[in-house]
Design a protein around this ligand. Sequence first.
Ligand code: ZN
Length: 276
Amino acid sequence: MTAALSQAREILDAARRVVVLAGAGLSTDSGIPDFRGPKGLWTLNPKAQLMSDIRHYVSDPEVRRLSWQSRLAHPAWTAEPNAGHRALVELERRGKLHAMITQNIDGLQQRAGTRADLILEVHGTIHRAVCLSCGARQPMQDVLARVRAGEEDPLCHDCGGLLKSDTVSFGQPLVPHVIERALRASGETDCLLAVGTSLQVYPIAAAVPNARSAGARIIIVNAEATPFDEIADVTIRDPIGDVLPPLCSARADRGTTSHEKHERTKNTKTTQPKTP
Ligand code: ZN
C-alpha cells in the first residue's frame, strides 16, 4: 500500500459525510469509452463531438438517424458495474455517503447498488428518452424498440416532437435544480472524493474548491493531473479499480492484523487535519 492510499484511507475513515464526484474514468473499466482520453469517442472520431451538439441534432435528420443507431449500440446496455462502482457502494453501506455527483449517463452506479436518490446525474441519463417539444419522458428501451422495428427517427407519441436521450448535449443547458443540489452537497461534506474526472468541466468542477472552502478534506483519484491537485490533501494516479476497493472498504473487511489496526488507530489520532 502506498503512503498516499494509506493517508486517503485515514481521511475516509474519519469522514462522516462523503461526497463523491465521479467522471468517465470510473466507467471505462466497464467498457464505456470516455470522450477526451486516448481511446475516447471524440479522440477517435471528432465528428462524434459534432453529432452530440443539440443544434445539429435538431436541424439534421441524418444526425438523428445516426444518433439512434449509436444509442442502439451503446455499451451501457450490456456493461456491468466494475470494482470501482462496487467499492463506492461500500461507502453507503458504512453510512458515510452524503451524495454522489456523477457526470456519467450509464446508470452503472445505481446498478452496482447505490440508492438512486443519493445520485445526482448532472449530465442526465441514457436510460430515459425525452421529447424536445413537450418534455415528456419515457424509458429509453421503449423508444429503442421502435428504432429496431424500423423507425429511423421516432417522434413523440403525444405531440409529434423530436425525441432524444435525456442527457445534456452541447448547446443544451444543465438542469438547474440538479446542479444546485450538487453544489449544495459539496458545501456540506467533510470529505470530497473525486474519481476519474479531469475536473475541467464547469460548473461541476467548482464542487472541489467549494468543498475546500467549507473545510472538507479532498481526495483526487485520477490517471492525469487535475487543476485542483494543489488544494487536494491526497492525489492518487493509480488505476481506479486498484485504488477504490482498499480505499472504501471498512477497516474490519481489510483483513489486517490487530497489531496493524492498533498502529493505524494511533496514526489516526496523531494525524493533524490540514486547515483549509
Ligand atoms: Zn412531446
